[in-house]
Design a protein. Structure first.
Length: 367
């Protein structure tokens, strides 16, 4: 409880400070673009929420110093490994001049540091033929680096609406924390619950009103933590199926893979180019028809906030079975395939305007 509460309070206070500073000195780190293809807010908003998440983890280290000194070194190393990807995202939040490729390379560097400094590596994915290749150190290094970088970018991709990335990440971290508690792994447990507290403090100001955004720095940091804790769990505990973290994170992971396929092979565009047809954007456009066409800030904010719960439910349909069957490979594989199939069917349904009426939130009627 001390880990969660301390991280929550620090993140809550820092987020409030950032919101106030953005209003008093709206220079750096404020998203003033309300007309872009991926913009769904009505007023300028600070996008440096990652600072509050990162600072929220400082008291977690302080509490660990007194309660779990044996994991303090690994905690500090974990946060040191996160610095390249976090700072790359923060530079984009502050100055808008960090290129996509540079941020991707920094994410890969962070993943490589986990391999070297923390000694955690992906040596199995429970797929015949590939596991033998992962026994080769160079292959394992590359796979580990790209896995963690992929997780960081996956959370960034779904960070499009108030509360979406934060709550989905919170559910994933809760799943990791639950299994870590069962396994008796204090490092993963403390890091997971600490992140939950920090995300909770940020979420107070992010949902539903959207007073502050995670930004690239925050999304990258959270994704890095999820990816790294997943790698550490697989490296330390052979009884955990490699399909557990995949199913746990399948919504942001599959969203990323599907977006790359859609942009590169269907539309012939760069995978890094922004567009307006991610699943969460289609939910906003097709299902949440609350106040469609309105330019009133209050109604736009309400419509934004009403989008995220659809994706929370979708993500929970993967997270719940992942937590239930974390040791059992066959059920995890079946659930992974079912989720991927359901995602494609849902996406196609939204694109073709064939949504069931019970799923559509209609335009607000004025009396």
């Amino acid at each position: 409880m001390a880990y969660v509460l301390s991280a929550f309070l620090v993140s809550l206070i820092v987020s409030l400070f950032l919101v106030r500073q953005a209003r008093l000195r709206p220079r750096f780190g404020v998203d003033s673009d309300t007309t872009g293809v991926q913009k769904y807010h009505a007023n300028p908003v600070p996008r440096v929420g990652g600072i509050s998440i990162l600072l929220g983890m400082i008291p977690v280290c302080a509490v660990a110093y007194h309660r779990d000194p044996e994991i303090l070194r690994d905690l500090l190393v974990l946060f040191a490994c996160a610095m390249p990807v976090f700072l790359g995202g923060l530079c984009e939040d502050l100055f808008r001049n960090a290129r996509v490729l540079v941020r991707l390379l920094l994410a890969i560097v962070s993943g490589a540091l986990v391999y070297w400094w923390l000694g955690a590596a992906v040596t199995r994915i429970d797929v015949f033929g590939i596991d033998s290749l992962l026994k080769i150190a160079a292959v394992s290094l590359v796979f580990t680096s790209f896995t963690i970088a992929g997780a960081a970018n996956a959370i960034n991709i779904i960070d499009g609406y108030n509360g979406l990335a934060a709550v989905v990440s919170g559910m994933i971290l809760a799943g990791l924390g639950y299994v870590a508690f069962y396994l008796g792994d204090r490092l993963i447990l403390v890091a997971a619950v600490g992140m939950l507290g920090a995300i909770g403090g940020f979420l107070i100001w992010n949902y539903p009103r959207g007073l502050i955004f995670l930004g690239d720095g925050g999304a990258y940091f959270i994704g890095f933590m999820i990816g790294t804790l997943s790698v550490v769990m697989l490296a330390r505990h052979p009884q955990v199926s490699a399909w557990f973290p995949l199913l746990l994170c399948i919504y942001p992971v599959f969203e990323t893979l599907f977006s790359i396929y859609r942009k590169k092979f269907v539309r012939g565009k760069s995978p890094g180019a922004p567009d307006g047809v991610h699943l969460h954007m289609l939910v906003y456009k097709r299902l949440v028809r609350w106040a469609v066409g309105s330019t009133e800030a209050r109604l736009l904010t309400e419509r934004n906030a009403m989008t995220s719960p659809y994706l929370w439910v979708l993500s929970s349909l993967a997270i719940i079975p992942a937590v239930l069957f974390w040791q059992y490979e066959i059920p995890l594989i079946i659930c992974t395939v079912l989720f991927a199939t359901s995602y494609v069917i849902l996406y196609r349904t939204l694109v073709l305007f064939r949504m069931p009426k019970w799923m559509v939130l209609q335009k607000k009627r004025r009396g």
